[in-house]
Design a protein around this ligand. Structure first.
Ligand code: FMN
Length: 337
């Protein structure tokens, strides 16, 4: 009810502006001490996976807090884990505005933000200042002007700068808004990339005395051959987890609605079946060898149950939160696979 009111106010602003206003509102609510109440009411529903003890299975997906600037308020909403980023080595502005669009009748968004973020060093400073004590995933990527042949250097740089500060690291090779990035999901490039990144992680594990899990975030637009090759390589490199999925280039279920032809990745309800299909296929080929994190179009308890039944051990939310607010977490936090 309260969020419905807030939403009608927020949706009167253009989407990116609304995003910033929403965080200001959250910070104000936090200052009067009312934010913690939301998280405290959630049931305890812990799970152990990837060597991490998660207080519950519901996480915040990457992209909402790209710079780890809002962890203190987000941490009070009751998420079992929060993933920040995508973080690149150098700061970058991303694509020209407008670059975020609502398709409200479909509870969907299209974004082509293009990894706007402050860069690894500034993000590390934000994290050092934060009081958040929950489980933190850090999603890393490459700068727009780094050639694909040099991409591994960007991921390694981000790992080095942020290793101490995250509980797990997500290798984002599936955003549709950085030219050529999805090429890294292909057999030969992926094999080389994962060899480089796992080697770097192993060096850091030795230096810091702790081996931190690596997770790969995949696209919902992979065909069966690509998916088959990808799972083979993921197994070969003993990757700890897979996030299925990022946004889609498909316009299924939104055609004809305003903004549906905007370039970028589509998220929210129309993505649900496509991302769940990929999740099922990954589960069939990987079994329990990697932790599966289901994300894409979750807007109800039924959706969450279906993600768990399709093999997810953890799930993440983004667009559902924009349309339904933090109350969505409350609907999901008690669900067990
Ligand atoms: C505005 C916006 C920005 C996003 N930015 C990122 C990002 O920087 N890195 C990333 O891995 N995923 C990003 N995503 C994808 C989400 O993390 C998630 O995978 C996707 O939106 C599907 O989940 P949903 O349908 O619940 O939104 C972004 C999504 C949206 C809507």
């Amino acid at each position: 009810m309260l969020y419905r009111l807030a939403r009608s106010l927020l949706f009167s602003f253009e989407p990116e502006k609304a995003h910033h206003i929403a965080f200001k509102i959250l910070e104000t609510i936090d200052k009067v001490g009312a934010l913690g109440v939301l998280g405290e009411r959630l049931p305890n529903n812990p799970v152990n996976t990837m060597g991490i003890s998660f207080p519950n299975r519901i996480g915040l997906a990457a992209g909402l807090d790209k710079n780890g600037a809002y962890l203190d308020v987000l941490g009070k909403l009751g998420f079992g884990f929060i993933e920040i980023g995508t973080v690149t080595p150098e700061p970058q502005d991303g694509n020209a505005k407008p670059r975020l669009f609502r398709i409200s009748p479909c509870e969907a968004l299209i974004n082509r933000l293009g990894f706007n973020n402050l860069g690894a060093v500034n993000v590390a400073n934000n994290l050092n200042k934060s009081k958040y004590k929950g489980i933190l995933g850090i999603n890393i990527g490459k700068n727009a002007d780094t050639p694909i042949s040099q991409a591994h250097l960007d991921y390694k740089f981000c790992l080095q700068k942020l290793y101490e500060l995250g509980d797990y690291f997500t290798i984002n090779i599936s955003s549709p808004n950085t030219q050529g990035l999805r090429e890294l999901q292909k057999k030969i490039l992926l094999d080389k990339l994962l060899a480089e990144i796992t080697h770097e992680r192993d060096l850091l594990a030795e230096a810091f005395g702790k081996k931190k899990p690596l997770v790969i975030k995949v696209s919902p637009d992979l065909d069966m051959v690509e998916l088959h090759d990808l799972t083979h390589i993921i197994k070969h490199h003993s990757i700890d987890g897979i996030i299925a999925t990022n946004t889609t280039l498909s316009r299924d279920y939104v055609e004809g609605f305003p903004h549906s032809q905007q370039a970028g990745g589509l998220s929210g309800k129309p993505l649900f079946s496509r991302s769940t299909n990929i999740l099922k296929k990954l589960h069939q080929s990987l079994g329990k060898s990697s932790t599966l994190i289901g994300v894409g179009g979750i807007t109800s308890a039924e959706d969450a149950v279906e993600k768990f039944q399709s093999g997810a051990q953890l799930i993440q939310l983004y667009t559902g939160l924009i349309y339904q607010g933090p109350g969505l977490l409350k609907k999901l936090a008690h669900i067990k696979p």
